[in-house]
Ligand binder design. Sequence first.
Ligand SMILES: C[S@@+](CC[C@H](N)C(=O)[O-])C[C@H]1O[C@@H](n2cnc3c(N)ncnc32)[C@H](O)[C@@H]1O
Length: 226
Amino acid sequence: MSVREEFDDWAAEGRDKGMEDRHWHTAKYALARMPVEAGDVVLDLGTGSGYAARALRDTKGAGRAYGLDGSPEMAHNADGYTDDRRVGFLVGDFDHLPFADDSVDHVFSMEAFYYANDPRETLAEIRRVLAPGGTFFCAVNYYEENVHSHGWQDNIDVEMTRWSAREYREAFRDAGLHVAEQDNVPDREIEIPDASAFPTDDWDSRAAMVERYRELGTLLTVGVAP
Ligand SMILES: C[S@@+](CC[C@H](N)C(=O)[O-])C[C@H]1O[C@@H](n2cnc3c(N)ncnc32)[C@H](O)[C@@H]1O
């Protein structure tokens, strides 16, 4: 199944907003750390509901915020969630970014990068469009060290790439990006019930849920264009 078919269905079912609610728990910390200055051009890859593009306009004064998504329905919904004419949504693929060389100041992506058809090509594209000193804030919950995410591929027909933290760093460097930092952003908002509630439908033990959310959380890798 293509990205378009899979995620158009998600958008039609309202899952774009559901993702926004969950991902905001950690995405907001990554967004707050982005060195966006007033007037900058920012790009959110795999924008979903478009919350990151809206947040970078609202909280950092980005001059222009683009959200790109391979699903026309996602982009259409995102467009309907804002009246800000400096926030725009595009349909496109990570492997062919519709931007000129050196034209974007900062790129963000939450829970989307690993769906790239060719993640190394996507990194090359990000490197190409980033202006010197520009950053790529790449946030993922699906990664090798997060053993709790390993079964996710079984639930979706789009091929996913499961890199380790080290593989992210190496791929960023191979693409010509400096790795400025990499860390795990814990999700402190998801409610974790008392031990007596376990096992639940989703979790065998409280310890596993604590590890998934409070300890592993979201892997954030920050690349900087030279
Ligand atoms: C799991 S959702 C995350 C959405 C949003 N970033 C969030 O945090 O809620 C992944 C999004 O990436 C988009 N996507 C996946 N692969 C893509 C690709 N190769 N090119 C463009 N968009 C893609 C999907 O359509 C979907 O909207």
